[in-house]
Design a protein around this ligand. Structure first.
Ligand SMILES: CCCCCCCCCCCCCCCCCC(=O)SCCNC(=O)CCNC(=O)[C@H](O)C(C)(C)COP(=O)(O)OP(=O)(O)OC[C@H]1O[C@@H](n2cnc3c(N)ncnc32)[C@H](O)[C@@H]1OP(=O)(O)O
Ligand SMILES: Cc1cc2nc3c(=O)[nH]c(=O)nc-3n(C[C@H](O)[C@H](O)[C@H](O)COP(=O)(O)OP(=O)(O)OC[C@H]3O[C@@H](n4cnc5c(N)ncnc54)[C@H](O)[C@@H]3O)c2cc1C
Length: 581
């Protein structure tokens, strides 16, 4: 926090990655610097910002984002915490009517935060207007004691991020001023009348912003993991590649290259997609401030798609890197276990991935139907109803592979939409029919999202002008990424007729050649991510390659090594050994 102040970086523009690096196993201030700061910036009106932002910048107010309850995380419309407007006192009364309405999970809520943006069902003049955000003080700003009417605690140990205090929160008819409702988009006036927003999902804006931020952070986490595993694979020698010859670096094994190189490629694919979504987010934010919400649905869908894919890819990639380091990948000092536990949660938080993919699928089906009816659809899904013939690109060129993705995705959406219609005819209920098709719908969303990511990777690499040699390495990496994901999804390409069995086997052959071609670039590529050793925090991945010395030094720090004979020997082992059991 001192560094942020020294460099005059406003809270909401702070690179969370830097804050992340201070505490690898979770950071109690992360939701303060990310979601809380963003909620104030995007959901509070200018007067409210003047009131709270300077205090948050000075860390006088430390906030969190309290939305999820024990009973509901995904279904935001089902939240139970109420905020009922009392026109007599011009206050909102916050209340947690049931056990299931207890706020549960928010980062920093347990012990760190003294305030929160609370999402609660807004009631005024006897009517419920759905979940809305409120600024709520939870603790005394001087003593840090929780305030009367606020019940707070920590939820207990988790799979990872245990140096963060995830909390619970209940309200007992707790009163806050009317002006604590975040009023940038919707308002409750003094007489209790409700002024609605220009788009009814604007109050979900902080989630959209965070999903985009998560895409960036996933690329960083995966970059750390591939750096560790690749450097280790260059240091580690094991077995015989050729009988009688010296043990090679394990990076020489094709299977090891296959484990690592596609994930190095994935870092770039995620990063380039993140940049593209970030650009769109900035445009949408600028349009919203001028009253234009036309592109908000597209941003919502794209951020859902990229958050889902990047969290899944980075989590799988980190686990593959851990396994690629053999036994040493299991040791905490390798850095890989904490990278895994602090990344796998991104699959769940900020919208569980299946749920987000179903949002994408809903959009694909609606856009496909709109396209068929000749209604306007947004640019990213125009391809669904565009003529589905392959263009004149040379066979199996990058462009042809992107077209194969595009056509296969359009084909899958078409097929699933027909299935949805058939199911609807049987069930006579759209929602039941939807559920019956939801596995296929998730596949549609995944293929569409992969197409987007491949397309962004290719177009970004092709636009590199600074260095021909750098572009050439990245072109190979991009090619590997395209082929790798085609081989993982062969069925879709065969079904759409965009690639034949012979094509797939030719591509597979090329993938093996690319692994060998890219092998000498593996270490330079990860070195180019330029992580300092302190940031990587890994005995296996440090820049100097002194893996064994570092492992040995780290072992000396184990508390069990403070004495030759441990206390447990006297307390348990010796009695056991003497007991003749
Ligand atoms: C170098 C830089 C590096 C930077 C690194 C930075 C790293 C930062 C890392 C940050 C880490 C922060 C830690 C975060 C910790 C986790 C915090 C949480 O989980 S907090 C808790 C997170 N919790 C969650 O994420 C909960 C997940 N659940 C949800 O978000 C919602 O319940 C829902 C979206 C699933 C459904 O919503 P529902 O109201 O039931 O809506 P329906 O389904 O009925 O659809 C109706 C229509 O609405 C549309 N629409 C929907 N949303 C939006 C939108 N946002 N907009 C626009 N439109 C939207 C939808 O498309 C549809 O359109 P149409 O078809 O009718 O045209
Ligand atoms: C580490 C961590 C930090 C968090 N931090 C915060 C925070 O700071 N603030 C905050 O408010 N929240 C936070 N959360 C909560 C998080 O946002 C929720 O856990 C998340 O949104 C998922 O909701 P859920 O737990 O209710 O899962 P559920 O929705 O109950 O999901 C369980 C299963 O049901 C399935 N499912 C649910 N709905 C559907 C559907 N419509 N269709 C098909 N399948 C469905 C899911 O796919 C999943 O398989 C955090 C969670 C974690 C793990």
């Amino acid at each position: 926090m001192r560094k942020l102040a020294e460099h005059n970086i406003p809270l909401r523009e702070a690179s969370i990655t830097q804050v992340h690096s201070v505490l690898r196993d979770g950071n109690p201030l992360i939701v303060h610097t990310s979601m809380f700061a963003n909620a104030l910036a995007s959901l509070a009106n200018p007067k409210q910002q003047q009131q709270w932002v300077p205090l948050a910048e000075k860390n006088r107010i430390i906030g969190t984002y309290a939305q999820t309850e024990i009973g509901h995380g995904t279904f935001v419309r089902g939240l139970e915490t109420t905020a009922i407007f009392d026109p007599e006192t011009k206050e909102f009364v916050l209340h947690s009517p049931t056990i299931t309405s207890t706020k549960w999970w928010p980062g920093g809520l347990g012990k760190t935060a003294n305030a929160a943006i609370v999402m609660a069902q807004l009631y005024t003049q006897g009517k419920c207007y759905g979940p809305h955000p409120f600024f709520v003080q939870l603790r005394d700003f001087d003593t840090h004691h929780s305030l009367p009417g606020v019940i707070l605690g920590e939820i207990g140990p988790r799979l990872g991020i245990n140096s963060q205090d995830n909390g619970y929160l209940r309200f007992d008819h707790y009163r806050i001023p009317r002006t604590n409702m975040l009023m940038r988009h919707s308002q409750v006036l003094e007489d209790g009348s409700y002024v609605k927003p220009i788009h009814n999902k604007l109050s979900y804006g902080t989630m959209v912003w965070t999903r985009v931020a998560i895409v960036h952070s996933c690329s960083k986490k995966l970059a750390c993991a591939v750096t560790i595993a690749t450097r280790y694979s260059a240091v580690r020698h094991q077995s015989e590649l050729v009988p009688g010859k010296p043990e090679p670096q394990i990076l020489e094994y094709q299977t090891q290259q296959y484990k690592l190189l596609p994930h190095i490629a994935s870092v770039f694919a995620i990063l380039f997609s993140a940049s593209s979504v970030l650009r769109m987010q900035r445009n949408v934010a600028a349009s919203i401030s001028k009253g234009n919400v036309e592109l908000l649905p597209e941003l919502h869908i794209l951020s859902c798609a990229m958050k889902a894919l990047s969290s899944q890819d980075s989590t799988q990639g980190i686990e593959t890197c851990r396994l690629a380091c053999g036994g040493h990948g299991y040791i905490a000092s390798s850095g890989l276990p904490s990278l895994y536990t602090s990344t796998t949660c991104t699959i769940t938080y900020e919208g569980e991935n299946t749920v987000l993919l179903l949002q994408v699928a809903r959009y694909l089906i609606k856009s496909y139907r709109a396209g068929l009816e000749g209604l306007p659809v947004l640019p990213s899904v125009m391809y669904l109803t565009a003529p589905s013939a392959m263009h004149q690109s040379p066979p199996l060129s990058n462009q042809a592979l992107i077209e194969a993705f595009r056509i296969s995705s359009a084909n899958l959406v078409k097929e699933t939409e027909s299935r949805l219609c058939r199911q609807f005819n049987l069930e006579q209920n759209f929602h039941y029919a939807w559920n019956r098709c939801s596995v296929a719908l998730v596949h549609c969303a995944e293929l569409h999202s992969r197409y987007y990511m491949c397309e962004k990777f290719l177009s970004t690499v092709e636009s590199i002008r600074a260095s021909d040699r750098v572009r050439s390495v990245l072109q190979d990496l991009c090619r590997l990424y395209l082929i790798h994901h085609i081989t993982l999804n062969q069925g879709h390409f065969l079904r759409s007729g965009t690639l034949s069995g012979v094509d797939l086997s030719t591509l597979e052959e090329e993938m093996y050649e690319l692994l060998a071609k890219l092998r000498p670039q593996a270490v330079p590529l990860v070195d180019a991510f330029d992580f300092r050793d302190e940031l990587l925090g890994s005995t296996l991945g440090a820049w100097d390659g002194r893996v064994y010395e570092r492992l040995y030094e780290e072992a000396q720090k184990s508390p069990l090594n403070k004495t030759d004979v441990s206390k447990a020997y006297h307390k348990y082992l010796q009695p056991l050994m003497k007991s003749n059991l």
